[in-house]
Design a protein. Structure first.
Length: 352
């Protein structure tokens, strides 16, 4: 568990935070340039020193301004992966991995090398590696120091799209199989969707939202940050059944369900789905003899005018679902907060 309650001022930039982050999974730190993302992890790692407050990791005080306590970076047991890999050019990959390796991690060397898929790289020098390969080595080196927390500062930012796609599956595997909490800094919504369990949204050095990915993504706080083409809902669902004849899978969403193209996931598996707001249509009564398989009863929470369109925030049980409709449709259906209606979603438009 990471307890953050501090204020740090660097020039004209001020970062103020009071949150407790979980001791497991991936917490994404999201925000535009200058929001305070890198300042946050630099304070946690000990590269900068807050003027006020405390930072506590697993009951160990890392920084306490009032009592003038400050633990040096090398004593914090925190791994840090930068945007650029920062490998030692005169060491082969094996030497880079073993540099600073904690004795307790020696038995994990082979497992970690296999997890990151870097066994074929062990005898190569950094200059011969691709950007994605360098980052995998940098992540391995950080993990072999046996950290209690891993900080990743936009590790995919300097990579092209093919290299990003190459590295994402390795990060997903690490999150599943390595019991070390990660703080993942990014301004990429796609990376956050693929990796994060929780999201911390920073703007102007202040926390605007913090919570589970599904909750933050669907909140009105996050909504202005999403480009129009990415206005969507992220929902956690459970696999209910597979229809063998029609090659469809049913997903439980509270006490309702959704049909999607057949998934390979086993029954009762938990997964995330994403639904674009533009793929949700609204009707006042349940349809009769419709080709659309998914009809959810929903309550209108709020309506927002947005450049000639209307974004409708819906409540489906305890979940949030967004729909984008025209002002004409809103006026004709007389849609307003508190109203009950039905949301229609084509099965092919739901991505898991």
């Amino acid at each position: 568990m990471l307890e953050l309650n501090f204020v740090q001022t660097l020039g004209d930039h001020r970062l103020a935070i009071n949150e407790t982050l979980p001791g497991q999974g991936i917490t994404a730190v999201f925000g535009v340039s200058g929001a305070g993302k890198t300042s946050l992890i630099n304070a946690i790692s000990g590269l900068t020193r807050p003027q006020e407050g405390r930072i506590v990791l697993n009951d160990r005080v890392l920084s306490d301004a009032e009592n003038k306590r400050f633990l040096a970076p090398e004593k914090r047991r925190i791994g840090y992966v930068f945007q650029d890999a920062r490998l030692f050019p005169h060491y082969r990959v094996r030497g880079n991995l073993k540099y600073g390796m904690h004795r307790s991690a020696a038995g994990q060397f082979d497992k970690l090398v296999a997890l990151l898929g870097i066994e074929p790289l062990l005898e190569r020098f950094p200059w011969s590696l691709s950007g994605g390969e360098k980052q995998r080595v940098a992540i391995g080196r950080a993990l072999l120091t046996s950290p209690e927390l891993l900080l990743l500062d936009e590790p995919l930012a300097s990579l092209d799209i093919p290299r990003k796609r190459e590295l994402l599956p390795y990060l997903q595997r690490l999150a599943r199989e390595i019991n070390i909490p990660m703080l993942y800094v990014s301004h990429s919504l796609e990376e956050i969707l693929h990796l994060a369990d929780k999201v911390l949204v920073l703007d102007g050095g202040e926390v605007k939202a913090f919570g589970n990915l599904e909750e933050v993504w669907g909140s009105s706080v996050m909504h202005p940050w999403l480009p129009k083409e990415q206005q969507s809902s992220v929902l956690k669902v459970t696999v209910l059944e597979h229809h063998p004849h029609y090659a469809m899978s049913a997903l439980a969403l509270g006490d309702q369900h959704l049909w999607v193209n057949k998934l390979e996931s086993p029954l009762q598996a938990t997964l995330r789905i994403r639904i674009q707001a533009s793929d949700v249509s609204l009707i006042l009564q349940p349809p009769v003899n419709s080709s659309i398989r998914n009809v959810l009863r929903a309550r209108v929470a709020q309506c927002y005018d947005d450049e000639g369109q209307v974004e409708v925030q819906l409540e489906v049980g305890s979940r949030t679902l967004w729909a984008r409709i025209s002002p004409w449709a809103r006026d004709e259906l007389m849609i307003k907060p508190g109203q009950w209606l039905y949301a229609q979603i084509k099965s092919v438009s739901i991505t898991a």
